[in-house]
Design a binder for this molecule. Structure first.
Ligand code: ZN
Ligand code: ZN
Length: 362
């Protein structure tokens, strides 16, 4: 009996893990996760090995396990985490701010892995790299097993945007930074490219964590923000993230629900900007009234994921003015990593908290 180890090419540094790392492998719809033990990893020169402190379940993880979004299996899901650097490859690695990463640094990291050299990366579209990798999205295999957040450790590959985070912020605030908060930051920043947000009126469709985060970020940029959501509990939460009524047509509409694209396009003021960020799952096509968009001088922009700098900016917001908002309350339940199947059911429930957290056993 032998074991075939698939070892990627190139120079590697072997790291033994005692006890072994644990990863929860999703093998397909309707099957429970399988727990695997990973006794060691081979770090490439620019890799970083992180021990997970907490991961959170994003809506896209729920969609995947429900079979509403295709994904290659076997797969370690999850792309929202905070953790601590426990090893680096021989070349070391640097954070987004250019400072070298050290053992013990507490970090968050981008969902995307980019080459930094293709035409898109050089244009600043690193989240659309020609050879893009994504944590929690790629089949386990050539890049090892520790490729998603639903694990005790994640092997961060060269090309990941890594941001050092303050010890004072709770894991519940930090874990969602690498999806919800950074995406919200990117959406608000996109609107801010068209106009000064200070004094602007903004409508946000959808009081999920992206919409709520965008509300707080926009309010801190001087906007008056309204959040629309069919759920009264979520609307009440939106008020705590700075939302209130608008007294005029919105200059900016951020569609973060995926269900209100037509309303977003119709509702924006003349000369306004609509930022679409919620339509990340297959849905029915929306009729586009091109004449109306033309005559009203409307700008429509799509936002998907974010750049490394936007992740760093989102973390700086959470560590600064974002402290005035109840980001920590987004994680309404914390479960052991091994209870992932029950946690995913909980996250899919009608009255689910914004996020369910998962913590590895120690
Ligand atoms: Zn996500
Ligand atoms: Zn690239």
């Amino acid at each position: 009996m032998g074991t075939l180890l698939i070892r990627p090419p190139g120079h590697r540094r072997d790291i033994a893990l005692r006890p072994a790392a644990t990863a929860m492998v999703w093998v397909g719809e309707g099957h429970p996760h399988e727990t695997i033990a990973v006794p060691g990893v081979a770090l490439a020169d620019g890799d970083v090995l992180v021990a997970v402190e907490m991961s959170t379940i994003c809506g896209s993880d729920v969609h995947t396990v429900q079979g509403r979004r295709s994904a290659p299996t076997p797969l370690v899901l999850g792309h929202e985490s905070v953790g601590r650097v426990i090893a680096t490859g021989d070349a070391g690695a640097t954070a987004v701010d250019g400072a070298p990463l050290r053992i013990g640094d507490r970090v968050v990291w981008s969902v995307t892995i980019s080459c930094r050299s293709c035409d898109r990366c050089l244009q600043g579209l690193s989240q659309k790299c020609r050879t893009l990798g994504k944590y929690g999205h790629d089949r386990v295999g050539v890049h090892g097993d520790l490729t998603g957040a639903f694990a005790s450790h994640v092997q961060l590959r060269d090309g990941t945007a890594i941001v050092r985070v303050p010890e004072a912020l709770s894991a519940a605030v930090l874990a969602p930074a690498s999806c919800a908060t950074a995406t919200a930051w990117a959406a608000v920043a996109r609107a801010g490219r068209d106009r000064d947000l200070d004094g602007s009126a903004m409508r946000i469709h959808g009081a999920g964590l992206v919409g709520l985060s965008a509300a707080a970020i926009a309010v801190e940029h001087g906007a008056t923000v309204e959040v629309l959501d069919p759920n009264p509990g979520r609307r009440a939460l939106a008020a705590r993230f700075g939302a209130g009524p608008l007294d005029r047509e919105p200059d900016v509409v951020i569609e973060a629900s995926g269900h209100a694209v037509a309303e977003a396009l119709e509702g924006v003021a003349v000369g306004g900007t609509v930022v679409l960020v919620g339509s990340v799952f297959p849905s029915d096509p929306v009729p586009l009234d091109a004449e109306s968009i033309v005559r009203r001088l409307v700008t429509v922009a799509g936002i998907h994921n974010y750049t490394g700098q936007e992740l760093a900016d989102a973390v700086a917001f959470l560590a600064g003015r974002g402290r005035a908002y109840p980001f920590a309350d987004a994680v309404g339940a914390v479960r052991p990593l091994l209870d992932i199947d029950a946690a995913l059911v909980e996250a899919a429930g009608r009255e689910a908290p914004l996020r369910v957290g998962l913590v590895p056993g120690r």
